[in-house]
Design a protein around this ligand. Structure first.
Ligand code: WTA
Length: 656
């Protein structure tokens, strides 16, 4: 499959970044105490596989040592730490208790209404053992799939680790996805069990989850045998006898004795669905040994983790890969204490995050640029009211961070002293790939800069030839990495096609990038039909399919238009059917329809009704031209359109 560059978007981004040349070297004090030293780069360059083998043995406890570090003989299907046996939950929990750290806080949980829970490593281990017993009692065995549809409550982490403990494969579905999206994911993975909650709190009000599970399972033909329901907000729920069980009556009553059995290093750990360039989400498959190695390695070195003293807070949702790698797994594997927050940043007031940082004396904060831009918009007087002096390091993930937001983050939140680590990675890469090392790299606002020691990336041109410094192209990964995806659930061909067919022997990430004069890497956004809205990946095709599934819509084209706060915003162009029902508020109707089909996060910000769509002679929609309109520009070169006059017709229709 060929994907072409969204040229004008890239060029604009390039232009803006070319003027950025500030640098922030680490302070001598920070560098002196830093976990990661410059020698890591030399070590990894001298013997890359030996380096990873050493990391795997140092960071993890293996039940059986591995024999081969990497088996790449069936590339692009990798096997890491072959022959090794390991249990992810044992590594995240039991071993810390055995080492005498059972009393250390694993999770400081903060509910949106202000209720709190503090869970030690010993308690979390016990909870996970109970959940493992309960899931097994419900017939869940090694290799079975479990769908987890939960809000940001500790039971989400407990459920994930319980699956890992027994070798069941979890598929976490973001709570903001609709019943239809949940059902598609349940069906694709053939999940046996669903873990959910009655609901959660959103912006100060109870918000339901269980009804979506009931709706998802209302049509027959699914594989789900049981639904375990956590009571969170106490809202009334419908109940299916024999199928539904309360967490309090199944997990909490189960035995707290459970022996973790070792699993093969390549045993599947989880599936996580993400948007691709077609309508059908891809079930990204991750396995155990390599995933744990790279996530623990990056968490420790990039965040400069001192587990006995740091308080770490990753403000992502468990439904996304960041919540998997940097909430559920690596912080616990590394024995860290972390904050977990249920709600929105503006409830009950816009200082909520900073109040949490002050209360728990958070030292490391990991957040998305969209959140930072929102805080900028609210004004610095809000964070200025809180004591943020505990912070020693700030991380960014999910989308390119613009230099203004980077500087604001460092100045206002980090008191002008904290290193910022801009970490580039993807659901597919499992863990961080490109990032400064905080005690080593002189950071540049807006650039993720350098691959982590042990990772080999490059920027190449259309033909796969590395570009010179100062040039832009496509980001690729040149060699296998431990936490790489092992495939797409049930679709090995799509895996090869999507990531390995564009450039010979290289992983195609789908991102545009540029190397600056020093060879540092600047990410420039997606080059395919994937949008990035508030750091969430959405597929243009998926939203188009949702729109055309509505009876009033004949055709639809969706673009991601630049947006000050959310990075990109979904803008849809629709052609209505002649038979379209008379609806004065068709835009709202369609927006709700997309919400129902995919979830509220996918609702277009704007829907523009047009008489035609710009297409090439071969019938391909030229989204580039629509993007020009959506971003308020004069449409660019339209000479390859089948009907060159069409752009005029479209813009005239929008003026009416
Ligand atoms: C984008 C999130 C620039 C990128 C971990 C990638 C970034 C997609 C950065 C993956 C960053 C993520 N700078 N862009 N630091 N981090 N991206 O799968 O386009 O939800 O391909 O994983 O987010 O999104 P995903």
């Amino acid at each position: 499959m060929r994907q072409k560059m969204a040229e004008n978007n890239q060029n604009d981004a390039l232009e803006n970044l070319l003027h950025e040349n500030r640098q922030f070297p680490p302070s001598p004090e920070f560098a002196a105490n830093a976990v990661a030293q410059a020698s890591l780069y030399e070590e990894a360059a001298a013997d890359r596989l030996g380096f990873w083998a050493k990391q795997a043995r140092e960071l993890l406890s293996w039940s059986k040592d591995f024999e081969t570090t990497l088996d790449w003989s069936e590339a692009p299907f990798a096997k890491w730490f072959v022959g090794g046996e390991i249990n992810a939950a044992y590594n995240a929990l039991d071993r810390h208790v055995e080492a005498g750290n059972g009393d250390r806080v694993a999770i400081y949980w903060e509910g949106e209404p202000g209720d709190t829970r503090q869970i030690s490593y010993a308690q979390l281990t016990e909870e996970v053992k109970k959940a493992a017993n309960a899931f097994e009692a419900l017939g869940v065995a090694k290799g079975d799939r479990v769908a987890i549809y939960l809000p940001m409550i500790p039971e989400a982490v407990i459920s994930m680790l319980a699956c890992a403990r027994i070798g069941a494969i979890h598929s976490v579905v973001f709570g903001g996805f609709s019943a239809d999206a949940l059902r598609n994911r349940i069906d694709d993975a053939e999940a046996k069990l669903v873990v959910t909650a009655d609901g959660t709190y959103r912006r100060g009000a109870p918000s339901a989850l269980k009804p979506a599970v009931d709706a998802a399972l209302s049509a027959p033909g699914h594989t789900v045998q049981h639904v375990v329901v956590v009571k969170r907000n106490g809202e009334p729920v419908d109940w299916t006898e024999g199928r539904d069980l309360w967490w309090s009556e199944s997990v909490e009553t189960a035995s707290a004795e459970h022996q973790a059995v070792p699993h093969d290093s390549e045993h599947p750990l989880f599936i996580l669905y993400t948007s691709g360039t077609t309508g059908k989400p891809k079930g990204i498959l991750h396995t155990t040994g390599g995933y744990l190695t790279q996530t623990a390695y990056s968490h420790k070195n990039v965040f400069d983790l001192h587990p006995e003293s740091d308080v770490y807070w990753c403000a992502a949702d468990i439904g996304w890969v960041t919540g998997h790698s940097y909430i559920a797994y690596s912080p616990l594997v590394n024995g860290a204490s972390m904050v977990m927050y249920e709600g929105t940043p503006d409830t009950p007031h816009q200082g909520r995050w900073w109040e949490i940082v002050q209360k728990y004396k958070v030292t490391i904060l990991y957040a998305a640029p969209t959140a930072i831009r929102t805080f900028m918009k609210w004004g610095r007087e809000i964070p200025d009211k809180y004591d943020l002096s505990s912070l020693k390091l700030l991380g960014s993930v999910g989308e390119p961070i613009n230099p203004e937001a980077w500087i604001w983050y460092r100045e206002v939140i980090g008191g002008g002293k904290t290193p910022i680590v801009d970490t580039w990675w993807q659901t597919e890469t499992g863990g961080m790939m490109i990032s400064p090392l905080p005690g080593v790299t002189a950071t540049k606002p807006g650039s993720a800069q350098v691959p982590l020691p042990g990772i080999e990336v490059d920027v190449v041109d259309d033909l796969g030839v590395p570009v010179q410094n100062g040039q832009g192209g496509y980001l690729v990964v040149k060699s296998a990495w431990p936490s790489m995806l092992r495939g797409i659930w049930g679709d090995p061909e799509r895996y090869k096609d999507t990531y390995w067919s564009r450039f010979d022997g290289m992983y195609f990430a789908g991102d545009g990038a540029k190397k600056d004069e020093d060879g540092d890497i600047w990410l420039l956004g997606r080059v395919d039909d994937v949008m990035n809205v508030s750091g969430h990946r959405l597929s243009t095709t998926e939203i188009e399919s949702a729109l055309v599934s509505h009876e009033s819509v004949a055709e639809a084209a969706v673009v991601g238009a630049a947006d000050e706060t959310t990075g990109q915003a979904v803008v849809a162009f629709v052609i209505l059917r002649g038979s379209a029902v008379d609806d004065a508020d068709i835009e709202q109707t369609l927006r709700n329809h997309v919400g129902k089909e995919i979830g509220p996060i996918a609702k277009p910000k704007r829907i523009l009704v047009v008489p035609e769509l710009p297409k090439t002679r071969s019938g391909k929609i030229m989204r580039r031209l629509l993007k020009d309109i959506a971003e308020g520009r004069e449409a660019g070169d339209a000479t390859t359109l089948a009907d060159v006059g069409i752009m005029q017709v479209i813009s005239d229709s929008l003026k009416k």
